[in-house]
Write a protein that binds this ligand. Structure first.
Ligand SMILES: [Zn+2]
Length: 253
């Protein structure tokens, strides 16, 4: 067994943890605890609670990895989404302690989430996040997870606040398209391939005019692709995981 160290990528370290290298998890912890702590504090506004939340989150992720599950990459995104979930469940647990017969939470409009589906969503979200260019990932992390505003981020990226806002918008749109596209299984029908690869763009209204015409023409004649497009439209309206708002129903987010 090779010892994973500080020069390894997160993905290398994740692989090492899976294969039993506990020290590799220590490196991941050192690398990401400050960001996790910052996020935890933004959620709890209480230093002690934030520390608890970070500890519980790292422990859970560790258990998940040791069980052979969890992320292969995009550790930080996974950590953040897990932290949000832990925070949410802790808040619920606390609320349940307050109300002995708590029916109110069923009326709160919280959607029911199938755990399997949720896990799948998480995979999709992490995979989509991982595919984004590094600069987009950075700006998403800062805006959606750290909750920083354009003016705050601008000097960190060497941009004007306006350019940050534009970049963040593009990155969110990029994440959303990639995330949606994850829901479309690669088709083995050659005649459906062109449309299949562009369905998320179609749903988001972001195709070039020429591609849009070709996709629409195909959809009018192909029930399979039409139903996939309808599914995506539903995913787009119901399940899009912004790292910030969706912590009630998100992929551990
Ligand atoms: Zn088709």
């Amino acid at each position: 067994m090779t010892i994973a160290g500080v020069d390894d990528t997160d993905s290398d370290l994740l692989a090492a943890v899976r294969s039993g290298d506990t020290a590799a998890y220590g490196t991941l912890y050192q690398r990401h605890r400050a960001a996790a702590r910052q996020l935890a504090f933004s959620l709890t506004r209480d230093p002690a609670e934030a520390d608890d939340l970070v500890a519980e989150t790292f422990a859970r992720v560790f258990a998940t990895l040791r069980a052979g599950r969890g992320p292969l990459a995009a550790f930080r995104a996974y950590l953040a989404t897990t932290l949000r979930h832990v925070s949410y469940h802790r808040a619920r647990r606390d609320r349940r302690l307050e109300f002995t017969d708590d029916l109110s939470r069923y009326d709160a409009g919280e959607p029911f989430l199938d755990p399997t589906l949720e896990r799948l969503e998480r995979t999709f979200a992490a995979r989509a996040f991982q595919q984004l260019p590094a600069r987009w990932r950075d700006v998403l992390w800062m805006t959606e997870v750290e909750g920083a505003g354009p003016a705050e981020i601008a000097p960190r990226l060497g941009l004007t606040p306006n350019a940050v806002a534009v970049l963040a918008h593009r990155a969110r749109e990029g994440l959303r398209s990639l995330y949606l596209q994850q829901h479309v299984a690669v088709t083995d029908q050659p005649q459906c391939r062109f449309t299949g690869e562009r369905l998320s763009g179609h749903v988001r209204g972001r195709l070039s005019p020429r591609d849009a015409v070709r996709v629409s023409a195909h959809l009018s004649g192909c029930a399979t692709c039409r139903s996939k497009a309808a599914e995506l439209t539903e995913v787009d309206t119901v399940r899009y995981p912004t790292y910030r708002q969706r912590h009630h129903s998100a992929p551990t987010c």
